[in-house]
Design a protein around this ligand. Structure first.
Ligand SMILES: [Zn+2]
Length: 274
């Protein structure tokens, strides 16, 4: 076929054109994984999705969430102010490790003790976590943990492990070269509410990085211990939220946080009163 006829063929069948474009992007991505080091824990990862691609993927999910929960978005008041205030300091610390990410937090009125951070830096907090956090330092514990999943690229790592990088690339390119099931699998790996939990080692790593982040942001890391004990009581006998899930035991978690405390104390500089 001549170039003109090929073009005519593709214009008449836009979905095929998009699929081809997506497949090309997917193949290009497969060729190049890059080496990445996690912040704080200095673990080597081999990932194909770039920071920009992770941001695009996370933002697609974020847009969907904001549309679904539009009526429940909290836009003013003390809870809103608190979440913005704490997130701003945690984001500033995380941005040193991931300057290419686009950080933003949204508070949603939902009676569920949960929060999450999508790849690329979009954070969602449910009002149901605030009675458990109670203070800024404990909220910083939660946000530090969630943001650590993003800076350590845990979602991209899971996508890689499950051989879904090519599908993710196709989604980013707006392509259709995937089945609805594959599409859902990728979005289930992003770390949003109701998605598959991260692996146990990723949870532990997020605890470690998050503890250092809260200390770097000027919050007393000892407050993390008090928060996890409150969380333990609050979730007793219930299905735990993302950040409390898939742990060997709450007691083990608290012990490990105790082991990281000396490192966190060294990273801690109390914030100057504004
Ligand atoms: Zn987590």
């Amino acid at each position: 076929m001549s170039a003109k006829r090929v073009l005519g063929f593709l214009i008449a069948r836009p979905l095929i054109a998009v699929a081809i474009a997506a497949a090309v992007v997917g193949v290009l991505l497969l060729l190049g994984t890059h080496e990445q080091t996690t912040p704080v824990t200095h673990r080597t990862e081999h990932l194909a999705l770039t920071d920009g691609q992770q941001t695009q993927l996370g933002d697609q999910q974020y847009e969907k969430t904001l549309q679904q929960d539009r009526a429940a978005i909290v836009r003013s008041g003390p809870a809103y102010m608190q979440v913005q205030r704490v997130a701003k300091r945690i984001e500033a610390v995380a941005a040193r490790d991931k300057p290419a990410f686009d950080w933003k937090v949204t508070l949603i009125r939902k009676n569920e003790a949960n929060a999450y951070c999508l790849p690329g830096g979009k954070i969602v907090v449910y009002t149901g976590i605030l009675p458990v956090t109670r203070n800024d330092a404990a909220l910083a514990t939660v946000l530090g943990h969630e943001v650590a999943h993003a800076t350590a690229e845990h979602a991209a790592e899971r996508i890689e492990r499950e051989h879904l990088t090519r599908v993710a690339a196709a989604i980013i390119a707006g392509g259709v070269a995937f089945t609805p099931n594959q599409y859902l699998r990728v979005f289930a790996l992003l770390g949003a509410a109701d998605s598959l939990p991260f692996s146990r080692s990723q949870e532990s790593e997020a605890d470690h990085i998050g503890l250092i982040y809260m200390a770097r942001a000027g919050y007393d890391p000892h407050q993390a211990l008090a928060f996890w004990k409150r969380m333990q009581r609050a979730t007793r006998g219930k299905q735990p939220p993302e950040f409390a899930s898939d742990h060997p035991s709450d007691q083990h978690r608290i012990e490990r946080i105790g082991q990281w405390l000396p490192e966190a104390e060294r990273a801690y500089t109390p914030a100057q009163p504004a």
